[in-house]
Write a protein that binds this ligand. Structure first.
Ligand code: DUC
Ligand code: ZN
Ligand code: ZN
Ligand code: ZN
Length: 468
């Protein structure tokens, strides 16, 4: 039978192997991997290039309500377009439950926004902000059964944070249903104490965002999150780990036999708190939580990536426009760092930054890159048939030119923000062709696919979590 598409002459990388072979695709799936596959209606020449699984970014925020008068810079069209152009074929945005809102209702809103708009496949994590007995007892278990198999809880932000009792109760629901809990680890009371001190002395510029959220605030909360998960006996994902001390808490928990997944992000590898010191509130462009740290913590994060202490490398894409009354420089944002929305764009630059700084510079090998950016995300979050190049898998593929030299410029990116925190960073290696479910979506760096090609994917339970 004729193939729909053949990728010939490339070097395939999976989380375990790197080898020369062609890939044959039919009806959206990979059906042949061999030195020489059969006749095809269309052929892509991948000679001299790398054939990698499409990236899975399991931590992105799209169209998420972010406070009165604040608007996220990406909707599902621009957010997934940017993801696709950066070599991704699946994203996992968050569905935020408003206080007093049912999760079902929140989900209906996100689905309505995403339907027909996406350039990548997508699935949703839930954010539990109102942990009532009926949400934990009835609604969440039903949603887990329907394919929403992970939820995030926050230890910080006044309107989002759960107290320890609520976190324990939410983890207990995860234990009963086999879902996976993700935790944002920062101690809200400690932050508020430091914010009070800074504001009392008029220290309100963006750099105070970093000094009011120091390593100790994240380290303490990380220790508490892994300890609460130990009490309930559930696995836990610690998202956006920014420093070595928090990572040490995770290592210690693992040494006690706990199942803890650790995620880090590009901002902790290539940005520092010094970036928040820009003139005229330029520092607001780098306000994210946890904040970027210093050169020593960058090294600690690299060490974690090299040793395998980190399982996931995600963008935490959370875009706000900079020069915009609904973004970073909203009227209140100009009065104090406290009102600058937290989050930075990065879904399109995640893979090139890790490829260039990691693979090209020899810090990690290609298989580790694939594991950190695709394979582990599919396994940990229960995305079937995704995250690898193997027979029977979805034909979600990115073909990379490992020698392409680019200087990151926002003008060349495809998101809805008006800046990139990585402006001017030089990278070597870029995804040139991207295939989603067998369809060519990006060819030679040019968008050729249509929005709506990306579809919603319900998920199975994580292989990490098992029902007690
Ligand atoms: N947490 C996130 O995961 N993303 C952006 C902001 C935040 O606090
Ligand atoms: Zn939908
Ligand atoms: Zn977070
Ligand atoms: Zn996030």
């Amino acid at each position: 039978m004729t193939l729909d598409l053949a990728i010939r002459g490339g070097t395939i990388a999976t989380a375990s192997d790197v080898f020369r072979a062609d890939v044959g695709i039919r009806e959206g799936r990979i059906v042949e991997i061999a030195e020489g596959v059969g006749a095809a209606r269309e052929t892509l020449d991948a000679a001299g290039r790398l054939v990698l699984p499409g990236g899975i970014d399991s931590h992105v925020h799209i169209s998420q309500p972010s406070g009165a008068g604040i608007r996220m810079a990406d909707d599902f069209e621009s957010g997934t377009r940017s993801a696709l152009m950066g070599g991704n074929t699946t994203v996992l945005p968050f569905c935020l439950q408003g206080k007093g809102q049912s999760l079902r209702e929140a989900l209906q809103g996100y689905h309505a926004l995403a339907e027909g708009q996406c350039y990548t496949d997508h699935s949703f994590h839930l954010i539990v902000s109102d942990a009532t007995p009926s949400v934990l007892g009835q609604e969440l278990p039903a949603l887990v059964a329907d394919g929403y198999t992970s939820f995030k809880v926050f230890m910080t932000y006044e309107d989002l944070r759960l107290n320890d009792a609520e976190i324990l109760a939410t983890m207990d629901t995860a234990r009963r249903t086999g879902a996976l809990v993700m935790v944002h680890c920062e101690n809200e009371d400690a932050i508020r104490y430091l914010v009070g001190q800074h504001e009392a002395r008029g220290d309100v510029a963006p750099r105070a965002h970093a000094t009011t959220r120091p390593v100790a605030v994240e380290r303490e909360a990380t220790h508490r999150a892994v300890s609460l998960a130990e009490v309930v006996d559930v696995p836990v994902v610690i998202v956006h780990v920014s420093n070595g001390a928090a990572l040490s808490e995770i290592r210690a928990a693992r040494a006690r036999g706990r199942r803890v997944v650790a995620e880090t992000c590009p901002q902790y590898l290539v940005l520092t708190a010094a970036d928040l010191e820009g003139m005229d509130w330029e520092g607001a462009k780098f306000v994210c939580s946890p904040p970027p740290r210093d050169a020593a913590e960058q090294v600690a994060c690299w060490t974690g990536l090299e040793t395998g202490d980190f399982d996931l490398f995600s963008s935490d894409h959370c875009p706000f426009r900079y020069d915009d009354a609904e973004g970073k420089l909203n009227p209140r944002g100009r009065t104090s760092f406290r009102h600058v929305p937290n989050g930075i764009p990065g879904v399109e630059t995640r893979l090139p930054i890790l490829f260039s700084e990691g693979v090209t510079k020899g810090r990690i090998d290609l298989s580790r890159f694939v594991a950190l950016t695709a394979t582990n995300h599919a396994r940990i979050y229960g995305l079937e048939r995704k995250g690898s190049i193997a027979i029977g898998m979805d034909a979600d593929i990115a073909i990379w030119n490992p020698e392409a030299r680019r200087t990151i410029r926002h003008a060349d990116l495809h998101d809805g923000a008006d800046y990139t925190p990585y402006e001017g960073l030089e990278v070597v290696g870029w995804p040139e062709d991207v295939i989603l479910g067998g369809r060519l979506m990006v060819r030679g760096g040019v968008l050729v696919g249509q929005k709506g090609a990306g579809t919603y994917r319900p998920r199975v339970l994580s292989s990490l979590a098992r029902v007690a």
